[in-house]
Design a protein around this ligand. Structure first.
Ligand code: NAD
Length: 492
């Protein structure tokens, strides 16, 4: 069903059932909760809160469809993604508005998300050219070969902040790898995936290879526990990532769970004013701070007041509803305000105050900068997930790196400097998986893998790129000997 919005005007989207075996299936008897357009704080759709029964139906459909899909040559599986790419470009405006309406992002941010999702699809298209295994004559007359085979039926669970991109971090590698997929999108933003399922059908994906079961915790736990599911990938908060990683692994699945973040940006006095101010503001206010790659702590080394002044000046000009989008829900606005109130009460200076923000009728919080934050203040330690930048003052680079290292998280970290020496030291010593020099959102774009360290990720490898393909496939090693060699040794 097409989404008709072409502006921010409130628009409803009526379809939202489960998608199992290529069919839209209702979930009778299940509670339905509202899908809220955060810009208006008003329901634009509803979503069924399902459980084990629906997961089981999806597993059965996936199990039935997967062997034939895995038997198709990888090139033919990738062709579906060639077609999907075309369709996503055809519908880029529609998808953009859908993301914007269900998530609350601006049009520009939503379009960037859809385009980045298309990049992930392109990575899937390239897999036939990357996935040739290796082979070697390992001894006289003995050849060893590696081929990557599907794991079977795999599941993915995704967060609210990137309704279309994060699911497409996982799906191309899994499907081109020959698996059948069961997705549980965030119950806050399930609608983009409804459209994606329709686009997959139009692209020629066989029934049962991509399935959606809607809901929350009950569905996730069923996905972790179900014996028919062979691999489980999760993206969301650290609290839940840790729980589901353990639960899925306990039931014998391979698991990868990406969690939350508290990204530290180190600014030294020789940093370029323009580059730094521009990047820091974009990093902490983009998607209203609701990004796992968002700047959260600015570590000010020595006297960088001229840069902080410029950051504050630019951030203060951003108008919620116009330059930055809405917060996902009312409760999140309260949570973010709580961090700012407590920091202020503890003596922090509020350089820019977003607490009074309002736009349409929805959930808003403006850019906020807290200066003079102590290392142990919750605004420095915990993930706020809003447009709040906490500034911690330190005397030197060693202190800055030690502060970054003391965070439980380790998703991203960046340094702003014009010195190669400083950049190199920070890149060598921070404890984060995705690092930036003079760039505030150091997302390792395709083909590089996305994934943090420490409490920002549980499990080995990254979720995107080649690591993602490896997560959703298993290498078979085939050793062959056709004839006894006359010159054989004990190794032959
Ligand atoms: P969340 O952890 O609340 O929810 C994520 C998913 O888990 C949703 O589908 C939700 O339905 C499900 N869920 C929620 N509670 C659960 C429970 N108790 N048991 C099982 N499943 C449960 O996260 P969110 O609020 O949707 O998203 C924001 C979080 O995601 C932030 O912490 C952000 O940093 C993180 N995130 C991380 C990355 C990354 O790559 N590391 C990317 C995007 C978002």
């Amino acid at each position: 069903m097409r989404f008709s919005a072409t502006s921010y005007d409130f628009t409803e989207y009526v379809r939202n059932d489960n998608y199992i075996n290529g069919e839209w299936v209702d979930a009778p008897g299940r509670e339905r909760i509202d899908v809220i357009n955060p810009r208006y704080g008003k329901a634009m759709s509803t979503v069924p809160m399902c459980g084990y029964e629906e997961v089981d139906a999806a597993v059965k459909a996936a199990e039935a469809a997967q062997p034939a899909w895995a038997n198709q040559p990888i090139r033919e599986r990738a062709y579906v993604f060639y077609k999907l790419r075309e369709l996503m470009h055809r519908d880029v405006e529609e998808l953009t508005w859908l993301v914007s309406h269900e998530n609350g992002k601006t049009y520009g941010e939503s379009k960037a998300e859809v385009l980045k999702a298309i990049e992930c699809v392109e990575y899937g298209c390239s897999l036939p050219n990357l996935a040739a295994g290796t082979q070697l004559d390992v001894s006289r007359g003995v050849n060893c070969q590696v081929v990557y085979e599907a794991v079977g039926v795999v599941a993915g669970v995704t967060p609210f902040n990137f309704p279309i991109m994060v699911p497409l971090w996982m799906i191309p590698q899994a499907l081109v790898g020959g698996n059948a997929f069961i997705l549980k999108p965030s119950e806050q933003v399930p609608l983009s995936m409804i459209r994606l399922a329709e686009l997959f059908a139009e692209a020629g994906l066989p029934n049962g290879i991509f399935n959606i079961v809607n809901g929350g915790r009950e569905v996730v736990e069923a996905l972790c526990d179900h014996p028919g599911i062979d691999a489980f990938a999760f993206v969301g908060s650290t609290r839940v990532a840790k729980l589901v990683y353990g639960r899925a692994a306990t039931s014998g699945k391979r698991a990868l769970a990406l969690g939350g973040a508290k990204n530290h940006l180190i600014v030294v006095p020789d940093a370029d004013l323009e580059v730094t101010a521009d990047n820091v503001v974009a990093s902490f206010t983009g998607c209203c701070g609701q990004r796992c790659m968002a700047a959260s702590v600015l570590v000010a080394v020595g006297d960088v007041d001229h840069i902080i002044d410029e950051v504050a000046k630019r951030a203060a000009k951003l108008v919620p509803g116009e330059h930055i989008g809405a917060i996902n829900m009312d409760a999140s606005v309260d949570r973010i305000r709580g961090y700012v109130d407590r920091a202020e009460a503890g003596g922090a200076k509020v350089l820019v105050d977003g607490r009074g923000a309002s736009g349409d009728d929805g959930y808003w919080f403006g850019p906020t900068i807290l200066d003079g934050i102590d290392a142990d203040n919750p605004a420095r330690v915990e993930e706020i997930f809003g447009p709040v930048l906490s500034i911690v003052r330190v005397a030197n680079l060693e202190e800055a790196i030690a502060l970054e290292n003391s965070s439980d998280y380790g998703n991203a970290s960046a340094v702003y400097t014009t010195s190669g020496d400083v950049a190199r030291k920070v890149m060598n010593e921070v404890s984060a998986g995705m690092c930036g020099v003079n760039i505030g959102v150091p997302v390792p774009r395709e083909p590089f893998g996305f994934g943090g360290w420490n409490d920002s990720k549980f499990g080995a490898g990254n979720i995107t790129g080649w690591d993602g393909f490896r997560f959703f496939t298993r290498p078979r090693k085939i050793t062959t000997k056709w004839a006894v060699q006359s010159d054989q040794t004990w190794m032959s």
